[in-house]
Design a protein around this ligand. Structure first.
Ligand code: FES
Length: 181
């Protein structure tokens, strides 16, 4: 702006009227092409547009991503274990049972009145509650809705629609080893 003022003064001194001044004079006299705001305005506007655009995208992403993560269920890693040590022999007296972990799911091992070992999935086939052994009835019982299974895993009372999944049982020394059939 100082440059414009000094040029205007020079023009006035040279006897020119203000209406005779033109930008060509100014541009030829000096490399000061940035005197007005219009020279840099398009690039500044483009930069601001870019900034606003990226901010809008980031904001939308910050809102949408957690919603998508919330709505998609976590991946359940299925167990690849095919056999586990469920218990020690002396942990399960006759007419008792014990819950053990078979991969990511619970299992139940039962020693019957006659001393036979049996093992099943401990997940009720009705609504996935964990079952337990009931010594009084000598059955496997689900407390959630009073479901019953016999010692072959068959659903014999209450709402469970299917038998429990049965596992193979072996002993190795004093360990009870359960494996998938
Ligand atoms: S969940 Fe077992 S009886 Fe309903």
């Amino acid at each position: 702006m100082l440059r414009v003022t000094s040029l205007a003064s020079a023009n006035l001194l040279a006897g020119k009227q203000p209406g005779e001044m033109n930008m060509n004079n100014t541009l030829q006299d000096s490399p000061a092409q940035t005197i007005g705001p219009s020279a840099s305005e398009p690039s500044r506007r483009r930069f601001l547009d870019y900034l606003l655009g990226t901010s809008a995208v980031a904001t939308v992403g910050a809102i949408v991503y957690p919603i998508i993560r919330f709505m998609s269920p976590p991946q359940v890693i299925e167990s690849t274990e095919s056999s586990v040590v469920a218990a020690k022999l002396n942990e399960i007296p006759v007419n008792s049972g014990k819950i053990f972990k078979f991969g990511s799911k619970p299992g139940i091992v039962v020693r019957t009145d006659s001393g036979e070992l049996k093992a099943f999935s401990a997940v009720c086939t009705h609504l996935d509650c964990i079952v337990q052994y009931q010594p009084e009835t000598k059955q496997i019982w689900c407390a959630c809705h009073n479901g019953y299974y016999n010692l072959n895993g068959k659903n014999v009372g209450g709402p469970p629609p299917r038998p429990l999944e049965e596992f193979k049982v072996n002993t190795r020394g004093d360990e009870i080893v359960v494996s998938k059939a």
